[in-house]
Design a protein around this ligand. Sequence first.
Ligand SMILES: [Zn+2]
Length: 494
Amino acid sequence: MRLLIAMMKHETNTFSPVPTPLQRFGHGPGPLYGEDAVAAYRGTGSGLGAFLDLAERAGAEINLPVAASAPPSRPVEDAAYEHIAGIICDAVRKGGWDGIMLDLHGAMVTESLEDGEGELLRRIRAIDPRTPIAVAYDMHANLHDAMVANATVVAGYRTYPHVDTYDTAKRAGEILLAAMRGAVRPVMAWGNVAMLPHVMRQGSDDHPNKALQARVAAMQGEGALAASLFTGFPHADIKNAGLSAVVVTDGDRALAERLRDELLNEAWSDREAFVYRLEPLDQSLARAKAIEPGGGPIVLLDHYDNCASGGTMDTTAVLAAILREGLDNVAAFAIYDPAAVQQAIAAGIGAELSLAIGGKIAMPQIPGDSRPLAVTGTVKTISNGRFRNRGPMGRGVLTDMGPSVVLDTGKVEIALISRHVEPSDLNCLLALGIDPMQKRFVMLKSRIHWRAGLGALAKAVVECAGMGVCTSDYGQLTFKNVRRPIYPLDLPNR
Ligand SMILES: [Zn+2]
């Protein structure tokens, strides 16, 4: 048996100013190829890790031509897309495959395409109309017909934070292997509803996504081979942004359609619970200060500037307010500022220096200016910024923050990093010598994924409205291309 396995992942925030060249795809200068990709992902809790385990268990000959994953940012440069898709298509063209397993995101927009994944699958099908294809998608996928029509089976994450990347790929891969044996004949039905669930309301521990995902899981006992509900990624001004669902059954199209409709109807009826209510920043910080210390850190969530939603990670509104209000015993993760990192490295451990941090990336698609923040402190840590995730998200996968430092102002330990990393894993703090359990407050540039690492340890979370291109205020974004009317942009009807 010969299996072709590949990864191409990017969640595109069309409002983000952060560029997406080929170099952004991977840990270092660009993607990993061939044996290097296999070595990086074998044994990890990732989608590729699952595909590799399945293939090895089946005694298959494995070809993994490219593993390309970039943190969210603006539309992917055409040259980067053509390079990655070209490598996968060249491998398909060699022929002789029994199955193809793809670890994709589902919300990739390029400079020229609204549907990067659908175009990849269309190209693969044009070369090879027959070989069965399994695809694992992120829960934030914005589904398009080509993403389903050109695959044999697709499956999406059921958790946010995404702690089931491995399980999702395993589910898709196992159905593919069964189809290759002739044990099942997958048919799929997909659909969407015109709604943009707010990312802050999409956590799978919260209503309504908890109940929706429980229903998705239960459908496997009711004849579905796999069911998936995608909450979608709203920071993409494309026609099909929003919530969607796909159900795979064994040859029963009517059942697939019925279960799909049930999921879409249930999500639509809960649409108000997917709307996020904002609180002014000064109110949030006053509330945080009033919480009794002890029993774990109070998380201050700088959710407008989450790099894993396309944020620049260099806005300073929340950090500036924390310093202004005199909050003490704080860790802040993190400000993306490679130049400031180099200044601190040049000064050396123990040096005291004044820096202007962040506020260096213009954000023309949202109102207001983010300005650099003047801080004075002591260089506490200098690190290469590399660690392996302890999990539960992406256990064992290498994460690279680039050269990183911690600047200690006396009251606030500020992490400065050189590559965009959302604080979803405890090791991003521990690798820099910050023990969050010793802190009264931990400021995190994150929305939901922080819960994977720190959720069980935090005493409380206070959501802080700051500034950034993953703004939690839809009113700050100008949508031109998404289908209208759409909830909640055009309340109250579809
Ligand atoms: Zn996601």
